[in-house]
Design a protein around this ligand. Structure first.
Ligand code: TXA
Ligand code: MG
Length: 338
């Protein structure tokens, strides 16, 4: 199959919408990461999403909608605070997991009694859903297990020849996937941290959501798999900037492999750029900016053939919790505290 790449203007969006209506696969930009979309009404198309990504069949997808009525058409017994969440954060980077109406088909939801739904704020994404005249199931547009795609080039790299069309809408503003918030058990619970933080949810609902820990049995099926992992072995070094950099230098000096270092603005000058591939993740006090470029940085270590990556950890609060969640998962749990 030849994968078409189109600018995300009106014509491109109309073409991609036609692809989706006809049962094909279209990658599209959202404010978080690129999605790989298929018609929610087409079982074969949804199965094809799993096939091209190599995604485990028990990992459910997020339904992307362009109208709030579509949320209530698919869910039942949603708690009252749900309306406050929706009016505060939709359209935007929040996915709500709620009890699914039995009339909603089982494909896409991996046979669960819940369904994950979000309304993206990205204009292209919403227009695409509107023109497709159907809600769209869309996981992140990457090969399963790899870092998510935050540009059309990343999508092409992973899925060229396997999908019908890619809408190029430039780089994603947030760069990290949506916050997944489960409301199906009454109290809200964050299954995947993102740009919408626990504090923000609490401010709207008066309820401080529990945060699913990276250890223990995952409630979100997707969280049990290896994720966001570059080819190189990644270790996260947590601690004050100077101490983290000192430990990374010590460890990197021991190796005879090609070393990549994900530094921060606070430490970038503490590394020898003639010996290592050093990338600046950004200012530690601006986790949202670090999040925006994280996946692109992990992908560029791979592109340059790095064997081992050391990444500095940042404060695990606010959007920093989302950054640390992705880094910890990318490391497969190799986290060192200094
Ligand atoms: O920002 C995003 O959410 C992006 C863009 C494209 O919208 N999408 C995305 O989809 O990240 P994906 O498939 O890569 O991640 C969806 C996550 C997985 O961890 C999955 O297990 C979880 O949502 N999920 C989906 N349905 C669920 C459900 N019913 N209960 C619990 N977790 C669910
Ligand atoms: Mg994903």
């Amino acid at each position: 199959m030849k994968t078409a790449v189109r600018v995300a203007d009106r014509f491109g969006v109309m073409e991609a919408a036609r692809v989706i209506r006809n049962g094909g696969l279209a990658a599209f930009p959202t404010e978080t990461v690129y999605g790989l979309g298929a018609s929610a009404l087409n079982e074969t198309a949804v199965e094809n999403i799993y096939a091209v990504k190599g995604r485990p069949a028990d990992n459910p997808l997020i339904l992307h909608i362009c109208d709030i009525s579509q949320f209530y058409a698919c869910t039942e017994q949603t708690p009252d605070y749900c309306a406050a969440l929706i009016s505060a954060f939709w359209p935007g980077p929040l996915t709500v997991v709620a009890l699914k109406k039995s009339s909603v088909p089982a494909w896409g939801t991996a046979g669960l009694h819940t369904i994950a739904i979000r309304m993206p704020s990205n204009q292209t994404a919403r227009l695409l859903i509107e023109y497709a005249q159907t809600p769209v199931y869309a996981p992140s547009a990457n090969v399963s297990g790899k870092p998510s795609s935050t540009s059309a080039q990343h999508v092409l790299r992973d899925l060229d020849g396997k999908i019908d069309i890619i809408l190029d809408g430039g780089s994603c503003v947030h760069g990290l996937e949506s916050t997944v918030l489960d409301v199906s058990c009454g109290l809200p619970r964050i299954l995947r941290p993102g740009f919408i933080t626990a504090e923000m949810v609490c401010a709207e609902t008066g309820l401080y959501p529990e945060l699913e820990s990276l250890r223990g049995k995952p409630k979100s099926p997707g969280m049990k798999y290896a994720h966001y992992a570059p080819k190189a072995e990644l270790t996260v070094i947590n601690g004050a900037p100077e101490r983290a950099a000192a430990l990374i230098n010590e460890r990197a000096g021991d190796e005879d492999k090609y070393i990549g270092i994900l530094a921060t603005s606070q430490t970038i000058n503490m590394y020898d750029k003639s010996k290592y591939l050093v990338l600046n993740a950004g200012d530690r006090s601006r986790p949202e900016l670090i999040g925006a470029s994280l996946f692109a940085a992990l992908r560029s270590f791979d592109d340059k053939g790095v064997d081992i990556i050391y990444a500095e950890g940042i404060a695990d609060s606010g959007v920093g919790a989302a950054v640390m969640n992705r880094l910890t998962k990318a490391s497969g749990g190799r986290v060192v505290d200094v």
